[in-house]
Design a protein. Structure first.
Length: 286
């Protein structure tokens, strides 16, 4: 058992490192190309919403005595399988997602990038964001009304735990759809240029290890409600890996000539020249 506990801890921190590192290739690629061309803002925009919700739900599971007690009442007196590295990961992901989104939303004013197609959230992304807010507010309303009559019995009544679940499901919904706009953009462009494959490879590795850690934790507890009680974490790894495979097929099989490597990209050099021109212009004005 001690070996499994050590293995679980190792898997937890390695997947944390893989998933955390996956946030860097795209903003670094955008900076190196001095452009966000070939990509859409929908992915980082939805990531901001998703990781804000994920951080909030993980923090509640980890720190709130009330939420942990209500969870135990529903799941055989067990504790949530959320670990501290889950909270650190969620907060880190939120910060990096905000930075990446700013490269699109404030491309010229903040980063000196020339404007590009897809620099504003689509109606789909805005609709998903608004829908998530409405869903959480509806859950709050249900808990405030239906749960009030049986507040002392969280195992069978609506309670604060359901609000935490609703916030957590926002992350799940976002994960299910956030890749679609970029996948379609790659298909329309017949290229993955501008879209970093390294973030996909790191995300895929992290997904495998995340599921493995949760499986080990549930085995050690002798109860698989560690997975059924935290379906968001389990589903996230599976959903992300499906999209990761699709992007790897696009990158390595369907469009191998457009891999987003800006070192030899004439279009990227043009963007770098444009950034230099903008910087020279700003100096003259100052």
């Amino acid at each position: 058992m001690a070996l499994l506990e050590i293995l679980s801890a190792i898997f937890g921190w390695v997947y944390f490192l893989c998933w955390s590192a996956s946030f860097y290739p795209q903003p670094v690629l955008n900076w190196g190309r001095a452009s966000t061309s070939g990509t859409t803002v929908d992915f980082p925009f939805l990531n901001v919403i998703g990781f804000a919700a994920y951080f909030a739900s993980n923090a509640a599971f980890y720190y709130s005595p009330t939420i942990r007690a209500q969870y135990a009442a529903r799941h055989n007196d067990l504790t949530p399988t959320v670990a501290f590295n889950d909270i650190v990961f969620a907060l880190h992901g939120l910060i990096l997602s905000v930075i990446t989104a700013s490269q699109y939303l404030f491309a010229k004013s903040l980063w000196g990038f020339p404007p590009s197609v897809g620099a504003r959230p689509s109606r789909l992304a805005l609709g998903i964001g608004n829908g998530c807010v409405v869903g959480v507010l509806a859950t709050v309303l249900i808990v405030a009304t239906a749960g009030a009559a049986d507040i002392d019995h969280p195992a069978r009544a609506w309670c604060a735990l359901d609000i935490v679940y609703a916030v957590g499901y926002v992350k799940l919904v976002v994960t299910l759809v956030k890749y679609v706009p970029q996948m379609l953009a790659n298909w329309r462009n017949k290229s993955t240029r501008g879209w970093s494959i390294w973030q996909i490879l790191l995300d895929f590795s992290g997904g495998i290890l995340s599921i493995a850690q949760q499986g080990i934790d549930s085995w050690l507890q002798g109860d698989w409600s560690g997975i059924t009680g935290n379906p968001v974490k389990f589903a996230l790894g599976n959903a992300s890996m499906v999209y990761d495979v699709i992007f790897m097929v696009q990158h390595y099989v369907l469009y191998p000539g457009g891999k987003g490597d800006y070192d030899d990209d004439d279009d990227s050099r043009g963007h770098q020249e444009e950034r230099q021109r903008l910087m020279d212009e700003e100096r003259r004005i100052a």
